[in-house]
Design a protein around this ligand. Structure first.
Ligand SMILES: Cc1ncc(COP(=O)(O)O)c(C=O)c1O
Length: 428
């Protein structure tokens, strides 16, 4: 089949008329579909319902250390929860502090603390003329919203299949003292599903930043979120790499059980060097008397250990895999060879990233909405919501049922085709 670029104006108009008729047919069904946010489906949430039964009024509510989890105390989190989340994010249990229900919340607090009080004794960022952050793109919209909220200038760094463009990261970080951090989703990244290569992680660990208070914000949100048993990505552990490279304090690692147990009711943590953790504790002792230990206990009693968690994630994968494959197969069969878009087939995580012809993303998202399909807003994957190419669209296949997903994919590919034809016709 000819690509759309190769087709004559007449052929394109003919194709457009046929596609438009199909689009109208679907539109008349008055559907309401949502592929916008990476929320687990109800079936995935059902997987962890047993957690609701592990604690009751006759349970022993003391943790291993003998502390009564119903009461105040144990700022770092109960030891067995530290162990579980440390194993989940592959760090020693004494290098992690358990927080509340959201890792994003810890990231926000970490930036807020750096703004008001500085990083381990450095000048508070709010007293500096300029603070900048590197933002690998496309990336996670909520990261960018945090840095935007604090007035931090964001610099786009293109992603490659190995992670962020490290030549650019090394150059910028070593030359500009105003650059204080970089947002990273190093495994099954949001939205591309890319895992940083060994070399990328090592280059991160060996960075020589001009700013002594530069930190890598390593958001390992999808560390154990594989789709397959046999084809799994592997990420080297950054905390150890930084230590080996003589930069032990350069990284904060974030993780949570949001997409393992219940989003919004999971357990989140930060892992870092002892010096960083000490600085964090200084704020924490003022901020809180302790986080929710009953929830920590519930998680530990339910999963028992990392092996229990890994087994649990296989059940998630069984639900997620067919959904990812339905979308990818739809893209491949309907758009393959047309040269009007590219996408990556991820092996884990929550998203599929689609790159349309430049200048088409906003129009595709609007077109899909016209037929009742809500997608993540075009531009959301870039700082300030501005995709310079207007090309990237994030697809979140987790929430709809498989049946809904088949229709949603139909609407999406039709929208891509129709908008692309209009774009190509402009130049014919
Ligand atoms: C990369 C990334 N980090 C963090 C989060 C949110 O995590 P939490 O629920 O722990 O705040 C998400 C949720 O979509 C995410 O995609």
């Amino acid at each position: 089949m000819a690509t759309y670029m190769e087709m004559s104006k007449e052929e394109l108009l003919q194709e457009k008329a046929e596609l438009e008729a199909r689009f109208q047919e679907i539109k008349e069904k008055g559907l309401q579909l949502d592929m916008s946010r990476g929320k687990p489906s109800a079936a995935q949430l059902d997987l962890a319902m047993g957690m609701m039964d592990v604690l009751n009024s006759s349970s022993d509510l003391k943790c291993r250390a003998g502390v009564d989890c119903r009461n105040y105390g144990v700022l770092d989190g109960i030891p067995e929860a530290q162990e579980l989340l440390a194993d989940m994010t592959e760090v020693p249990a004494n290098q992690i502090i358990i927080h509340g229900n959201s890792s994003l919340n810890i990231m926000f607090d970490t930036i807020a603390r750096s703004m008001t009080h500085g990083v381990m004794g450095s000048t508070p960022w709010c007293k500096l003329d300029k603070v900048k952050f590197l933002c690998p793109v496309p990336g996670y919209d909520r990261h960018f919203l945090i840095t935007e909220y604090f007035g931090i200038e964001m610099i786009n760094v293109p992603m490659t299949m190995d992670g962020p463009d490290m030549d650019m990261v090394e150059k910028l970080v070593s030359e500009d003292e105003a650059i204080k951090g970089i947002w990273c989703v190093p495994k099954y990244s949001n939205p591309q599903g890319i895992t940083y290569s060994d070399e990328t992680v090592r280059r991160f660990a060996r960075l020589q930043p001009a700013a002594k208070d530069f930190r890598i914000f390593w958001d390992n949100a999808y560390g154990i979120h594989h789709l397959y048993d046999d084809k799994q990505d592997n990420l080297i552990e950054i905390l150890m790499e930084c230590k080996k490279a003589g930069n032990p304090d350069m990284v904060y690692k974030f993780c949570s059980t949001s997409k393992v147990s219940f989003p919004g009711s999971g357990v989140a943590a930060i892992a870092a060097s002892p010096a960083n953790l000490e600085a964090i504790r200084r704020q924490m002792t003022i901020q809180t008397i302790g986080h929710d230990k009953l929830n920590q206990l519930r998680h530990v009693r339910y999963f028992k250990d990392i092996h229990g968690m890994v087994e649990h994630m296989k059940k998630h994968a069984d639900i997620m895999r067919p959904k990812f494959e339905a979308v990818i197969n739809g893209l491949e069969s309907e758009l393959g060879g047309l040269e009007i878009g590219t996408w990556i087939r991820p092996r884990g995580g929550y998203f599929i990233s689609f790159d349309a012809l430049p200048g088409c993303a906003k129009a595709i998202v609007a077109k899909a909405k016209d037929a009742g399909l809500v997608m993540t807003g075009a531009g959301a994957t870039f700082p300030y919501g501005k995709d310079p190419q207007d090309s990237n669209i994030r697809i979140a296949p987790s929430y709809p049922t498989p049946e809904e997903l088949a229709v949603a994919t139909d609407i999406f590919v039709l929208s891509v085709k129709l908008v692309s034809i209009d774009k190509i016709l402009e130049s014919k």
